[in-house]
Design a protein around this ligand. Structure first.
Ligand SMILES: Cc1cc2nc3c(=O)[nH]c(=O)nc-3n(C[C@H](O)[C@H](O)[C@H](O)COP(=O)(O)O)c2cc1C
Length: 449
């Protein structure tokens, strides 16, 4: 079953249409939140499979073309041990000095509800409710590191003190509910300045300057189909990007976040540099994969340098462009290997978003990519994309495809998903010794006995 991603919609609302739709389905996916994957569903596989030995990948990438400077290789994590328990999904996960109470995490989702980049009560309730519902990590939406990096004018930001203070209130609430709080740091590049999906007049594409938009930038002057063409960044401007991400990470630290995720997926600036479909540069940031990955590795180095040793750093990648000649999972697995050497603790594996593509969509559609990145790069990964049932999520974690799962739309539908999933998997609820950390006492009568 194939799905066609429409290039005309902005980056907002998502995404994939389940395989039950007549094909081809034209998705009105703004920016196309990583849709896609194979129809492979991981169901319940209760056999514990440790990651294979090096070389065990079904499609091993070529010898590393991307290398980390040796002075930057620090804090490389090892894969967590695989042990059998009642529920692997509800087993805590520790990365560096940070323990997550379970492996069910909220995927980052733009709310298009901020004013001047400042999150408000909506964000408090959206994120806070999922913390109450039992998610182990509550990962806040793509949050721009500079104003012109916003996908829409209504995106959140972390470039000033007002935004930092507003985030601090939300982080406090999330952590008081026993969840870890994370934020996704982003620059939308050529896919910035687009209309929110909530635009009252139904407008799509690039917001013009006289309507609150701004000129966009990218690795090259080529446009994402349906959007205005960006201006190619100069070498001096490229040099400012890692510093902008690092400054935002410092603000994230002041706000109290436990986790920072660098957004290098879904056709935004760092993905635009990584992919040969959008990067036509002839300097040291264009050409071979090693050059195209340079900006991402510089960003990661800059963020890792300011982000505390005991706090995890994640990177979200698009493991494939789903286009012949575009980025593929072998490329991305190589890049992930370098990211691990640079101190990245978990790679959050999505796909797509940089070009219109025919994408096969189905349950767990991106799980095979997560598994491959985990096996090749020897780095913990999160899987995301049409993960909706407790058994499916449990199965893929037990099976060693991923170390954690992220839920997007299913979490929008059901903020209490972890509570329901725990019940289905037979995880003790309020009677468990660690119950206060897992469930709020106010939910006690909502647990099954
Ligand atoms: C409303 C909405 C907003 C999203 N915003 C983001 C975002 O800010 N950053 C990101 O990396 N992905 C974003 N996504 C993609 C999700 O994180 C997730 O990868 C995708 O929805 C697939 O997972 P799902 O099938 O569980 O929804 C968004 C998805 C939705 C539905």
């Amino acid at each position: 079953m194939a799905t066609t991603l429409a290039p005309t919609a902005p980056d907002a609302a998502v995404v994939a249409v389940p395989a039950t739709q007549p094909a081809p389905v034209r998705l009105m996916a703004l920016g196309l939140w990583g849709v896609v994957g194979s129809l492979l569903s991981y169901g319940i596989v209760m056999t514990v499979t440790p990651p294979p030995a090096p070389g065990g990948s079904p499609t091993p990438p070529p010898a590393a073309a991307v290398r980390a400077p040796s002075e930057c290789r620090r804090g490389a994590p090892s894969l967590p041990p695989t042990v059998s328990t009642t529920s692997r999904l509800f087993e805590p996960l520790t990365l560096r000095g940070t323990t997550f109470r379970n492996r069910v995490w909220l995927a980052p989702m733009c709310q298009y509800s901020a004013t001047d980049g400042v999150p408000d009560d909506w964000h408090l309730v959206h994120l806070g409710t999922r913390a109450v519902g039992g998610f182990g990590l509550v990962l806040a939406e793509a949050t721009a590191v500079v104003p012109e990096g916003r996908i829409t004018p209504q995106d959140t930001g972390l470039w000033n003190d007002a935004q930092t203070d507003a985030w601090a209130r939300i982080v406090r609430f999330v952590q008081e509910r026993g969840a870890r709080a994370g934020v996704q740091l982003a620059h939308a590049g050529r896919k910035a300045s687009t209309y929110s999906p909530f635009d009252a007049q139904g407008r799509r594409g690039t917001v013009p300057a006289d309507d609150g938009g701004w000129g966009t930038v990218g690795p090259s002057a080529s446009a994402f189909p349906g959007y205005d063409a960006p201006r190619a960044l100069t070498a001096e401007e490229i040099a400012e990007v890692p510093a902008a991400f690092a400054a935002a990470a410092e603000r994230a630290l002041r706000a109290g976040f436990d986790v920072v995720e660098v957004h290098a997926a879904h056709g935004y600036l760092l993905h635009q540099f990584l992919s040969p479909l959008s990067n036509e540069r002839t300097d040291e940031y264009g050409g071979p994969l090693e050059n195209r990955a340079r900006l991402l590795t510089e960003v990661v180095e800059a963020v890792r340098a300011v982000w505390p040793e005991d706090r995890p750093l994640f990177v979200r990648v698009s493991a494939t462009d789903w286009v012949e000649g575009g980025l593929d999972v072998a490329d991305v697995a190589q890049v992930a290997t370098v990211l691990r050497e640079l101190g990245v603790d978990l790679v959050d594996v999505s796909t797509g978003g940089n070009a219109p593509a025919e994408i096969p969509v189905g349950p767990g559609y991106q799980v095979p990519h997560a598994r491959l990145v985990r096996e090749v790069a020897k780095v913990p990964v999160a899987a995301v994309g049409l993960l909706t049932s407790a058994e499916q999520a449990e199965g893929l974690v037990v099976d060693g495809a991923a170390d954690a799962v992220m839920l997007g739309r299913e979490a929008l539908r059901d903020p209490m998903w972890p509570l329901r999933a725990a019940h289905r998997l037979g995880v003790p609820a309020s009677t468990a010794p660690d119950a206060p950390a897992r469930w709020q006492p106010q939910l006690d009568r909502a647990t099954w006995r």
